[in-house]
Write a protein that binds this ligand. Sequence first.
Ligand code: HPA
Length: 271
Amino acid sequence: MELARIKESVEYVKGILNDEPEIGIILGSGLGVLAEEVEDKVIIKYADIPNMPTSTVKGHAGQYVFGKLNGKKVIMMQGRFHYYEGNKMETLSLPVYIMKNLGVKNLIVTNAAGGVNTEFKPGDLMLINDHINFAFNNPLMGKNEEEIGPRFPDMSEAYSKDLIKLAKDVASKLDVDVKEGVYLMMTGPTYETPAEIRMVRALGGDAVGMSTVPEVIAANHCGLKVLGISCITNMAAGILDQPLNHAEVIETSNRVKNTFIKLVKEIVKSM
Ligand code: HPA
């Protein structure tokens, strides 16, 4: 993404915030409620930020929420952008670069995902330890801006081992059961077929979803440390003898939200 356009967006946001967030948090489908926990909120609508697209998905508000969470200065994305909405991949990197430019060091990325690993059950939380980019596109396609990061970013620790350890320690202290695994991104917006899910499993995916990977690529490009958390909202297609729908996704994330909020708040505190 062109540096001049990023700077334009950053300048607008900096003009509203008179403080620097340390932690960025991207909230997935049905997980936007965490933003309600933020104190001394400053809300910035995506629609008011130059160069930002607008989010169109139900269950996704379209705004940054800046403020304090458990004593830490955070900026949350209440609502994210998806490739399947027709956005160019590179557009999905902009909100991440904005957070980086505001001062963010650690990024927590959350999503709703289908469980591919048959040991999982709906309602489980999975720490993402790696991903597979099955979108066959990349937000860094095109000219590289050296000021943001290198042409060929290393992805060998796309999800910070230190942050995974921190999250596991916090989870065990809170007595919250967390799984760990590989997130595979499909473009969507269709859910997968049972044959595709068997393929995902054969390729090493534990969870499948339609987001996260582009943002995590951008985050690694610009040097942010990433923690990824998937909420397993449903078993992926073909595992149970039942159809999939977005209502179930939202229903499960609603059911898990208290545990999710408790976990993320404590992780933020320990960061
Ligand atoms: N597949 C893809 N994306 C998803 C799913 C799924 O089963 N559940 C929530 N997001």
